[in-house]
Write a protein that binds this ligand. Sequence first.
Ligand SMILES: NC(=O)c1ccc[n+]([C@@H]2O[C@H](COP(=O)([O-])OP(=O)(O)OC[C@H]3O[C@@H](n4cnc5c(N)ncnc54)[C@H](OP(=O)(O)O)[C@@H]3O)[C@@H](O)[C@H]2O)c1
Length: 157
Amino acid sequence: MIAAVGENLELGYKNQLLCHLPVDLKHFKEITSGHAVMMGDRTWESLPKKPLPNRRNIVITLDDISFPDCETVHSIEDALALVQDEEEAFVMGGATMYRLFLPYADKLYLTRIASAFTADVYFPAINEGEWTLTDSEFVPKDEKNQFDLYFQTLIRK
Ligand SMILES: NC(=O)c1ccc[n+]([C@@H]2O[C@H](COP(=O)([O-])OP(=O)(O)OC[C@H]3O[C@@H](n4cnc5c(N)ncnc54)[C@H](OP(=O)(O)O)[C@@H]3O)[C@@H](O)[C@H]2O)c1
């Protein structure tokens, strides 16, 4: 799973991200390009209404609808079945999907933004004992990125 979270595991507010961080968008693109990305339909709605380029876009909804130029599925199990032959496939949100997929996840790419935010959705609590932090890169704020952050990788023990 790949997510950007605030100090209190905040994820978003009013179906938008917490803040605009170009350095994190670049990081997200580098990690996910060439792979499948799975997302809930509210996260799809928060994007510019077209699939993320160079990725297999899979949208998950309970509704009997399909999304343009994406693969649409109606359950977590169906999403996982679609990506079973992929070397690496990503859950890219939102909060509902992170909660539902967490038991299946074996790797977390977390951007930890060094700030608290007003939020209405949160990443699920992570049981630290179940995960090993294998990478943590500090990226200081600059003129284009308003907050210090850490790019962290956690692998399930
Ligand atoms: N910080 C980050 O890295 C990050 C990343 C992504 C998103 N976000 C934020 O997260 C927020 C959106 O999160 P969210 O939780 O509201 O939405 P979401 O996870 O993107 O999508 C939720 C949708 O999934 C469907 N769903 C729910 N339970 C299901 C189930 N058991 N099986 C299949 N489908 C199911 C429902 O769609 P139907 O109603 O159509 O049935 C539900 O509306 C936004 O604020 C967004 O900006 C943050």
